[in-house]
Design a protein around this ligand. Sequence first.
Ligand code: GAL
Length: 381
Amino acid sequence: MKRRYIYSVVLTLLLLLSSAVVALAQASITKQSFGKTAAGENVDLYILKNVHGMEAKITNYGGIVVSLTALDRNRAYADVVLGFNDLESYLTKNDPYLGAIIGRFGNRIAKGRFNLNGVEYKLAVNNGENHLHGGIKGFDKVVWTGREMSTPNGPAVVLTYLSKDGEEGYPGNLRASVTYTLTNKNELRIDYSASTDKATVINLTHHSYFNLLGEGNSDILQHRVTINADRFVPTDAESIPTGELAKVVGTPFDFLKATAIGARINQDHEQLKFGNGYDHTWVINGRPGTLRLAATVAEPVQGRVMEVWTTEPGVQFYTGNFLDGSLTGKAGKPYPRRSGFCLETQHYPDSPNQPAFPTTTLRRGAPFRSTTIYRFRMPGQ
Ligand code: GAL
């Protein structure tokens, strides 16, 4: 009797152990060629799989997340980010930063100018009179050095890039590193770090366009969004902050309770006119520097839920207002207006010219660190 009991305990333990080993064995990272840039640089595509079978494809060109799968309530995977199948399309199409790393400075800097230690720096101007997303050749358009890594949390790829003193007008040699980990908790985790040899400004972010129905499948107007923010950053008609941090209460910018993106997007509100819809930074509640929930997005039909956690002070919620159907995605379907949304965790726009905003100055010897997590789950999980 006793012996049989011991046998069954041992057998159960062995079964548990072997299933754990099988599960862990499923996590993988492979690398394949994704082609060459016009200058002849080799570009790779890293394919990360976690123990549950969730998959991310990431290229070292622009640190772009090319595809990312997530389960729906029937346990069916779909690719939930907008993108292209081939490097050629990223290189030649008028790509609105699909899935890319944005740097040195995400969002706008008014007139492409700022002062630091009494020196005026002039940046590349690429958005009307203003500087946007790091300039003409930002971090989204450079080839990063990639290295795959297996971690206890899941497969990862480490991307590094040296942005030389003067690049796009910025001071200082900036060494940037971005680690993407596809964790076994179904998260795409992004750890950013950087250091400089001379004072500069920095605002790194990630620019995936999500559609929780799968890329190319309808607009995102029925997705229900919650943003953990009592205030947002109003702008002028050119999307440059006025300096005020306005209360969301009583406005179409109040997402403290889950609300469909489309419920108020066409309301007669000056800020919605300026943004062509939502294209603003929300001031995330809680202490910057600590990882806290910024936003939750729930798609009601198929049931995918995405949470965004970050250490950053703000999140730019952009509803794909400038997509116009001229780009065709991975499944051969066009990307019409509002067929994807971005939640770009970051400091507030134009911070170098707004002394009251949290600082984006990075000094020599003081490393920059920031973490953002896109976590996928099903309702009730
Ligand atoms: C967003 C920005 C928008 C637009 C878009 C790219 O991050 O907030 O105004 O520039 O990128 O088309």
